[in-house]
Design a protein around this ligand. Structure first.
Ligand code: NAP
Length: 443
């Protein structure tokens, strides 16, 4: 039994108040019986509670903040392993923890590589070094991204790029993990690296995760602990299908929600996008994966002892054709005319593209992310138990954004504020949604 594995286990989770972290914690606390969970949160218990109350209905928020099996540690990840925690807490974690789930990171796609060095790469490396000293460590899970390999779009000619659950070396050698420390020194010194400038990643974020993955594996390999590393690569995360409840989402962590808000707020009739597909509406795809599928894959693979890379994606069966995604946007727009995509063969970084495309870049591409490791994992699980696990996206209903109207509306308000538009314009441009949460501003 998957959940039995967690009985008596002690976990340490970073990013526990974020989109994935919250879902993982909910699942753990409602399905399994871990001995204890320590959660790192900037601002400690009061802030964690405020964040959960802001994004979850009261009953779900109380399940988390009222749990006596969980302790919130007031700390912050940075470029040292201390996380602003007292020495005795660090020592206690080292002695007690069996599983670390590292889900904290900045998810700002546009941040520079130098900024991401501080917010993604250095904290991950420091935490890995610390974790590998834990005598009882069974698994260190690093939340990466399926788009660490998005540079393959440019180096391939296909309109549907197959991506396996493995490392794609940037240097043509077999072990680019070995060179990672040297590349990392280069990034620290200059804010960039030769391999980064040679390969065309959509965002510095994708490369930062690529390098962070290799640094984690390099450290583990030095300690002969590769079997303790699980790298989870989610695609574009979207609302939950089932837990904590259908439609659970946080507006700032769901890229499609931001795109739908930008679409609704676009006053024109055309949006310029880039592609090399001949028939992009049908050939280009978006792999949006429900957050509960991501959480379940993390917990199931940890329980089964999987190591290495695992995609947390909707995959070839569950991904969306661009036209389905676009149709869902149309239904959220109040202006009486629709926006037509105008496709060009320009580069995905081109300044001529609409801001939706300039930010999200992967609109107009298609990646077929392999899910073999999860298919194999599912085969090891008893069929009765499997029925209650959410390892795959369902997609039995037409794709719709109706249940995230409240969030689209909220993101649109932030966009209006930034562009100095009157806030009443949001009411004219987006649909009003009902929400079971009293979600207001960023906490
Ligand atoms: N969302 C996606 O579409 C997506 C897709 C692929 C991969 N991922 C990856 O999955 C992981 C989790 O993403 P998410 O969507 O859950 O993000 P999220 O909702 O933005 O949550 C991020 C969490 O990390 C915490 N955090 C950030 N920097 C921190 C620091 N320096 N010290 C301590 N805590 C810090 C945040 O805490 P505060 O409340 O203090 O800010 C928050 O709890 C990230 O590694 C992300 O790159 C996300």
């Amino acid at each position: 039994m998957i959940w039995n594995y967690y009985q008596g286990k002690i976990l340490f989770i970073t990013g526990g108040t974020g989109f994935i972290g919250t879902t993982v914690l909910y699942r753990l606390l409602t399905q399994a019986s871990p001995k204890h969970i320590y959660v790192l949160c900037r601002g400690g218990y009061e802030r964690a509670r405020a964040k959960w109350e802001n994004i979850l209905p009261a009953s779900v928020a109380n399940t988390l903040s009222g749990s006596n099996r969980m302790t919130i540690l007031d700390g912050e990840l940075g470029d040292t392993a201390t996380m602003d925690l007292p020495e005795e807490t660090l020592q206690m974690l080292k002695e007690r923890v069996h599983i670390i789930i590292h889900a904290a990171a900045s998810i700002e796609l546009k941040n520079s590589l130098r900024e991401l060095s501080y917010t993604v790469i250095a904290p991950t490396l420091c935490l890995t070094k610390y974790a590998l000293k834990f005598p009882n460590l069974e698994k260190f899970v690093f939340l990466s991204s399926a788009y660490v390999n998005a540079h393959l779009w440019k180096s391939s000619k296909s309109c549907d790029v197959a991506v396996e659950e493995r490392l794609y070396s940037l240097e043509g050698d077999d072990d680019s993990c070995q060179t990672a420390p040297e590349v990392w020194r280069e990034v620290q010194a200059s804010g960039t690296s030769d391999e980064y400038t040679t390969h065309d990643f959509p965002w510095p974020y994708a490369y930062a995760k690529h390098l962070a993955e290799r640094l984690v594996l390099n450290k583990a390999s030095e300690r002969d602990a590769l079997d303790k590393i699980l790298i989870i690569r989610p695609s574009v995360i979207g609302p939950a299908e089932e837990f904590p409840y259908h439609g659970f989402t946080t507006p700032y962590s769901s890229p499609s929600t931001a795109c739908a808000a930008a679409y609704a707020m676009h006053p024109g009739r055309k949006i310029q996008l880039a592609t090399r597909c001949e028939n992009p509406e049908r050939e280009a795809t978006i792999d949006e994966v429900p957050v509960d599928v991501v959480a379940e894959r993390i917990l199931v693979h940890v329980a089964l002892g999987t190591s290495g890379y695992v995609h947390a994606v909707s995959g070839e069966k569950g991904r969306l054709r661009l036209e389905e995604w676009w149709e869902a946007f149309k239904k959220e727009r109040r202006l009486p005319w629709n926006v037509k995509p105008v496709w060009t063969s320009e580069d995905w970084h081109s300044a001529d593209l609409h801001p939706i495309a300039r930010n999200f870049k992967i609109i107009g591409t298609s990646f077929a992310f392999s899910e073999d490791k999860t298919i194999q994992a599912a085969e090891k699980i008893d069929s009765k138990e499997l029925e209650h696990l959410k390892l795959f996206a369902k997609r039995d209903q037409p794709y719709s954004m109706a249940h995230r109207r409240h969030h689209i509306n909220h993101v649109a308000r932030q966009m209006a504020k930034k562009s100095r538009w009157p806030l009443c314009s949001v009411g004219w441009l987006t649909r009003k949604g009902k929400s079971s949460v009293r979600f207001t501003e960023k906490v």
